[in-house]
Design a protein around this ligand. Structure first.
Ligand code: NAI
Length: 293
């Protein structure tokens, strides 16, 4: 039985994931309050959403005019204004425990008592975020995949104290967003998909550093033999090499055993972070034109 009717959604952080999550929620008919640190960042997010909606519209995949969807999204730099009327809040800021926990503490002060607080974290245990709030039973992981508008999977992650009602509302919301929610009952760092992904990265890195295979050969094998939609290194470039690095660090700090990947460390040091900077494992001469698969 689901008692809470979600009508208004707040999305905190409007970067790669946050703007995509806001777009998905607005397409599904929800009022969305999008929050970030500056109006410039929020304007960039709105431009990205508009660009994506126009593409969907051109392909006949949007039931409404893009402007109607846009009219359901409001932006603000005030965290309090973003969450004060929200039924469901999805946090998508940097993968950094201190940043996220400070936001969770503040959201729990400002949000209505019934509101559910979800994190899009890739690796930080939900129970750790829940512990800084005044409502650990209403804190949950809602892990979207990149780009949210295209990817069907959502990992719904139960923390130690998350209530069944919170899990049910989140699963139902995931379905209303047109996604396939999978409940992760054990709050382990990396949840399901990133634990599997990191093992692929580990194996691929070891093969390259041991001169057993090239980056291109491994990616061809991943695409054409394993049937993955992208190669391992292509996917790291797409996600952001810095993002993958932070996820790995957060997992390793919480006991995940990983043999290291010098290829990632080198590129982070050089600022070659993948598609967003124009170079990572591959080169992307026209930065910006590849922002979506
Ligand atoms: P990003 O770096 O593109 O965006 C983060 C946004 O948060 C930035 O716009 C930043 O200005 C904003 N921000 C930082 N501090 C803030 C604050 N105090 N208040 C409001 N906004 C603030 O990061 P990305 O890639 O969108 O990642 C966000 C979260 O989603 C992370 O937890 C990450 O692990 C997770 N994630 C990322 C995926 C990816 O493919 N990039 C996939 C799935 C999850």
């Amino acid at each position: 039985m689901v008692n809470l009717q979600v009508r208004e959604i707040a999305v905190i952080g409007s970067g790669t994931m946050g703007h995509g999550i806001a777009e998905v929620a607005a397409i599904s008919g929800f009022s969305v309050h999008l929050n970030d640190l500056t109006l410039d960042i929020l304007q960039r997010a709105l431009n990205n959403i508009r660009w994506s909606l126009d593409n969907l519209h051109r392909k006949g995949q949007l039931k409404e005019e893009p402007s109607e969807v846009m009219s359901r999204i409001s932006v603000t730099t005030s965290l309090e204004d973003a969450v004060k009327n929200a039924d469901f809040i999805i946090e998508a800021v940097f993968e950094d425990f201190n940043v996220k926990s400070s936001i969770f503490r503040r959201i729990s002060e400002y949000a209505p008592p019934h509101a559910i607080l979800a994190s899009n974290t890739s690796s930080i245990p939900i129970s750790e975020l829940a512990s800084v709030t005044n409502r650990p039973d209403k804190v949950i992981g809602m892990h979207f995949f990149n780009p949210p508008v295209l990817m069907k999977l959502i990992e719904v992650v139960r923390g130690d104290r998350t209530s069944d009602e919170t899990v049910n509302v989140t699963v139902e919301l995931g379905r209303r967003l047109g996604k396939e929610p999978v409940v992760v009952n054990k709050d382990v760092p990396g949840f399901i998909s990133n634990r599997v992904f990191m093992r692929l990265i580990e194996a691929a890195c070891l093969m390259v550093t041991g001169n057993e295979a090239t980056i291109e050969a491994i990616d061809s094998a991943a695409r054409f033999k394993l049937g993955l939609p992208m190669g391992v290194f292509e996917l790291i470039d797409f996600v952001g090499i810095d993002v993958v690095n932070s996820i790995l660090k957060a997992m390793v700090n919480r006991g995940f055993r990983f043999s290291g990947c010098g290829l990632i460390d080198e590129r982070v040091k050089e600022g070659k972070l993948g598609l967003k900077t124009g170079e990572g494992f591959y080169k992307y001469p026209e930065v910006g034109k590849y922002s979506r698969v």
